[in-house]
Design a binder for this molecule. Sequence first.
Ligand SMILES: Nc1ncnc2c1ncn2[C@@H]1O[C@H](COP(=O)(O)OP(=O)(O)OP(=O)(O)O)[C@@H](O)[C@H]1O
Length: 300
Amino acid sequence: MGAQIEVDHLTVTYGDLRAVDDVTFGVGAGEFFGLLGPNGAGKTTMLETIEGLRRPDAGSVRIDGYDPYRRDPQLCARIGVQMQSSAFFERLTAREQLATFAALYGVGRDRVDLLLEQVGLVDKADAPVEKLSGGQAQRLSIACALVHDPQVVFLDEPTSALDPQARRNLWDFLLGLHAEGRTVMLTTHSMEEAEQLCDRVAIVDHGRLLALDAPARLVAGLDAPTRIILRPDAISAADAQALPGVDAVQPDEATLTLITRQAPTVLGALGQREALDGLRVRGATLEDVFLDLTGREYRA
Ligand SMILES: Nc1ncnc2c1ncn2[C@@H]1O[C@H](COP(=O)(O)OP(=O)(O)OP(=O)(O)O)[C@@H](O)[C@H]1O
């Protein structure tokens, strides 16, 4: 069976700018898929075109075989799109906002209360949307996207305005959507979010796809060295450099970092010197993959 979402040589331009530049990939039914990239990479443009809000300048998008730009009612019933919270109906309460969406989709009001509970907004149900915090508004917009129980859910930076606790709660909620068998596609700046949530991640910059794979495979493919971080006084830099397996030593005021591709050997040697106290070991992360691909500092 083919992919549920098929993006084929997609190009979207704003004048001379190719915001999406000849991008091809597929997303399987039930997959949790992330578009990861810095500001201006083209994630939102890509997502909006896949959702059917923008027309491709070249190439095509299909969801379940439908062209989303044509807004076929059959397809609209199957996809949920998180809108920007600035697009709420004015002066409605959170509950009224959700109930309005439910009415538009012909969905019963019982689902409104269920969703308010699921996104943790029961306490704010009677607050006007203008009085919601950024994070609360973000959660309400996600609830609106889910009101008709769509099989495919699109989210644009769903956790960008959330504090760490609300963010974790929302991650659990999104993982729950995935566990129910839904396809979820989101954009994010956050490496951590991509690693925690996504089955596969597309790393995007300058409108192009730089890499696409499971986060763990992207990291493994990097073949990056391990960093062993010691207290500055654990061992002298010269002794550290002489240990078997150490490729480089980076001293600074707070730490002494040993860079190695033979971590067990180095750890053994440090153990013999009783220099393990307070040690931390850091392998490669998605951030290292990103920096390796883009060759520049990440602009979160
Ligand atoms: N309506 C528009 N008209 C002209 N240029 C645009 C428009 N929208 C976006 N752009 C430009 O297209 C490029 C891609 O923008 P886009 O919003 O898709 O990136 P993004 O990865 O979602 O960024 P962010 O993480 O900041 O939201 C940027 O250079 C941006 O300035």
